[in-house]
Design a protein around this ligand. Structure first.
Ligand SMILES: C[S@@+](CC[C@H](N)C(=O)[O-])C[C@H]1O[C@@H](n2cnc3c(N)ncnc32)[C@H](O)[C@@H]1O
Ligand SMILES: [Zn+2]
Length: 311
């Protein structure tokens, strides 16, 4: 397997940007195979790192990698949207830094049985957390045609969302759509020949949309941002790497809202809105991978890193 493909995205930028204090408490909310965690924990002396992932396989795999750092690391199987209660459960009030590297991991994509890939046949699953109940099968076979059209359009920015949704609705009348490649065929059948010749795989956008829906990725991101920024200590930083514009917009908006503070009109003599400035941006523009990283790791292509600091 290609080692370079698994190099953590924007690793130096994250570690530098978090301004790690060796005695601080840190959270890696998207442990994955533990690449970022290893670098963060490696900088700690008396500090600790809480690693969270909703995928049990990630907890197991990262546990192996982080074994030499085990004294400083605590791993939790959970959803980062529950960051508040996860920290409560560990008796932690404030943290000095948090990292969230969104999206799917290489091991998830490469594990053919999990159904994330449109290139290999597998049952329609796509759950990041295999203990969760909603699967891609449920979405594809159970959601209304209108709802499918909406997610393909909103989460996939799919131009042919209506045609694809209608093709699925027609096919599943005959028999349930069971596998990834059955779904790929239906998606392709709904697209004009010109779309099939494009560089991007024709099923890429719809697969992304279904994955986002199955895992409620945007809902989890919004809830996490609200809860996470509340738990930072003054000077503590949050770093978020996103992989598509929907995510980046949510991250940007959440930071902006806390950066702007008071929204009262300038002519008001005193503030009546009560909004306080609680965060400031560290990165005014999102940080993107340099040329060298792009060459080494094509998966970093769409990565955008934003960092903000609690004041
Ligand atoms: C891109 S990978 C992280 C890779 C990791 N930074 C590394 O260096 O190996 C994203 C991980 O976040 C996890 N994840 C995604 N959404 C999550 C959520 N809401 N709560 C917890 N984990 C989540 C996925 O299961 C996946 O393992
Ligand atoms: Zn005000």
């Amino acid at each position: 397997m290609d080692i370079a493909a698994h190099k953590p995205v924007l690793l130096n930028e994250c570690v530098e940007g978090l301004n790690i204090r060796p005695e601080g408490t840190y959270v890696d909310g998207t442990l994955g195979r533990g690449g970022h965690s290893e670098a963060i924990a490696g900088r700690l002396t008396t500090g600790r790192l809480i690693g969270i992932d909703r995928d049990l396989a990630a907890i197991d795999e990262a546990g192996e990698l982080l074994r030499p750092l085990a004294e400083k690391v605590e791993l939790v199987h959970g959803n980062f949207r529950d960051i508040g209660s996860i920290l409560d459960g560990l008796g932690i009030d404030r943290v000095d830094g948090m990292l969230f590297d969104l999206g799917v991991s290489s091991p998830q994509l490469d594990d053919v049985g999990r159904g994330f890939s449109y290139r290999t046949d597998a049952p329609l699953d796509m759950r990041m957390d295999q203990t969760a109940s909603l699967t891609a099968f449920d979405v594809v076979n159970g959601w209304d045609e209108a709802e499918l059209r909406r997610i393909f359009f909103e989460y996939g920015e799919e131009r042919y969302s209506a045609r694809v949704a209608s093709a699925i609705a027609r096919e599943r009348e005959k028999r349930p759509v069971k596998t990834t490649l059955e779904l790929v065929d239906i998606i392709k059948s709904a697209m004009p020949a010109s779309a099939l010749r494009e560089k991007q795989h024709p099923a890429k956008r719809c697969f992304q949309a279904i994955r986002i829906a199955v895992n409620d990725e945007l809902g989890a991101l919004r809830e996490m941002l609200d809860a996470a920024m509340e738990r930072l200590s003054p000077g503590g930083r949050i770093a978020v790497i996103s992989f598509h514009s929907l995510e980046d917009r949510i991250v940007k908006t959440a930071i902006r809202a806390r950066e702007n503070g008071c929204t009262c009109p300038p002519e008001f003599p005193v503030c009546v809105c009560g909004f306080k400035q609680t965060m400031k941006s560290v990165t005014r523009k999102p940080v993107t991978p340099g040329k060298e990283e792009l060459e080494r790791n094509p998966r970093s292509r769409s990565a955008k890193l934003r960092i903000a600091e609690r004041i």
